[in-house]
Every structure is written in structure tokens, then in C-alpha cells.
Design a protein around this ligand. Structure first.
Ligand code: MLT
Length: 262
């Protein structure tokens, strides 16, 4: 899908489709790509929806478009262009972590394209000053030492201790495959993102909030607060998982989403 919003660098966005029925877009986290969702794509949800795992610009098969900053709003405009290109009906939107921040921006800017929301392993708050300086350090690491060093730093937070070695290998391969320029642009965008807590009460879409029981980045208590603030939102915790619950336990995660996608 080619995107060319006014005032933005155009990008080519790769999408990975599986299943049948109404469209559901799946938005990965930082610094990942569509492979986050591979087991979900091959599970029960493909019987209910046409699952569309997006590679955000600069990730996976979507080339870096030269942006110095990947704002959540820019990513959201790309997702809106994908939804428009794939039939122009509103889509069920699923976002993990950074993908959740993109889902919030999509809901703000392109609400008519959102039929429902799955917010998984994500946060509604903006970065603290300490988190912003962590982003600067991580950007230096990415620029100087590449994806391998980023993977070393992030893996212990993304996956629960003792997780399946295959999941660990997949996640490492995904991180190491991303270009340092895109990782740096992501980090700048993450540091600039808006605090969404004040908007949660205005969310009028059916919403499922899903936490990983052992997620150190977006802990269940913080995710429960998101669910409590969104009218009629449901809340599920996936036992034994950390930050990448759809990859760590695709079957349990998919069963939780199936409660929303009836
Ligand atoms: C992600 O998984 O997308 C990141 O952990 C998000 C973040 O660092 O805020």
C-alpha cells in the first residue's frame, strides 16, 4: 500500500493478510514487525476476521522512508491509508505497546475508520523525563552498535524469564532485522508521544484491554486503569506472559480477543 498524506514523506507499507471476514489491522510494537503476530495469524481469529498484520514504515518489509522522527500520528495516518486501501470499511484495530500508542492516535485522527479496539501490553501515559533520557541512550546504542545491542537490552523486558527458546530466537531476529535509522526515528517519536489518559473516557468503541501477567513495561495494574477509564471496556490478563503476550501465548491471547470479536 502506498501512502502519501499531505505534508508527509510518502511510504510503501507492507501488509500480511490471512483469514476471512471483516478487516482487522494488527499493529506491532517497538522495534518489531508483523512477525509478532505470526502465530495469531495462524490461529482461531483467522476464522472470524481478515487479519492484516502491518509493517509500520521502516519496519519489516516496509522500507524506511527517510523520516528523522516516526511520530505516532504519522504511523496512524499510514494505518488509516491501509484500511482505506483494503476496502474502506471501518476495521477492528489491535495494537501492542507502540502499536497501542498508534491505535490511540488513529482513534483521535481517523475515528470513523475504527470499529473496535484491542489494546494490548500498552500504556496511555506519556514518557517521564527519565524515560525520555533512556530513549536518547537507546538511540545512541542503536546508532553506534546496531540492532544486536538493542536486542540485548530489550529481550529481558519483552519475554518472561524461562520463555520458549524459539520465541526468544524469533524476537531477537526481528529486532536485529530493523534498520538503526528506523529504530532511532521510533525512539524520537516514542519520546514525543502524547499523554492519552484524559481521552480514554471519550472512547466510544467496543474495547478489550489485555495485559501480560509479568509485563514489566506495561504492568497489569496500569492496564487495568486503562480499562477502568474506557466506558464498558473489558480486561483480560494472560498468565505467564511478559510484554509480548500475543507471541508468548498466541492461543490464550486469541481466546481473549475472540470474546470481543464475536
Ligand atoms: C514497545 O514494545 O512498543 C515499547 O516497549 C514501547 C515503549 O517503549 O514505550
Amino acid at each position: 500500500v502506498a501512502t502519501a498524506a499531505a505534508g508527509q514523506r510518502p511510504a510503501r507499507i507492507a501488509v500480511h493478510l490471512r483469514g476471512r471476514g471483516p478487516l482487522a489491522v494488527m499493529i506491532h510494537g517497538f522495534p518489531l514487525d508483523h512477525r509478532l503476530w505470526l502465530d495469531v495469524l495462524h490461529g482461531e481469529l483467522a476464522e472470524r476476521r481478515t487479519l492484516c498484520a502491518i509493517d509500520l514504515r521502516g519496519h519489516g518489509h516496509s522500507p524506511w522512508a527517510g523520516d528523522a522522527v516516526h511520530t505516532m500520528e504519522r504511523f496512524a495516518d499510514d494505518v488509516a491509508a491501509v484500511i482505506r486501501a483494503l476496502g474502506d470499511e471501518p476495521a477492528d484495530v489491535c495494537g501492542l505497546s507502540m502499536g497501542g500508542y498508534v491505535a490511540f492516535a488513529l482513534h483521535e485522527r481517523h475515528r470513523e475508520r475504527v470499529r473496535s479496539l484491542v489494546l494490548t501490553n500498552t500504556k496511555a501515559s506519556a514518557d517521564s523525563a527519565a524515560q525520555r533520557s533512556g530513549r536518547v541512550q537507546m538511540a545512541e546504542t542503536a546508532a553506534e552498535r546496531g540492532g544486536r545491542a538493542v536486542a540485548d537490552a530489550m529481550l529481558p523486558k519483552l519475554l518472561a524469564a524461562g520463555s520458549d527458546p524459539l520465541h526468544r530466537a524469533t524476537t531477537r531476529a526481528m529486532i536485529e532485522a530493523q534498520s538503526p535509522a528506523a529504530i532511532v526515528a521510533d525512539l524520537r517519536g516514542l519520546a514525543q508521544r502524547k499523554d492519552r489518559r484524559g481521552e480514554l473516557a471519550t472512547c466510544a468503541r467496543p474495547t478489550m484491554v489485555i495485559a501480560g501477567e509479568r509485563d514489566p513495561i506495561s504492568p497489569p495494574g496500569e492496564m487495568q486503569a486503562i480499562a477502568d477509564a474506557i466506558p464498558n471496556a473489558r480486561f483480560e490478563v494472560i498468565a505467564g506472559t511478559a510484554h509480548l503476550s500475543p507471541l508468548e501465548n498466541a492461543a490464550a491471547w486469541s481466546s481473549a480477543v475472540a470474546k470481543l470479536w464475536t
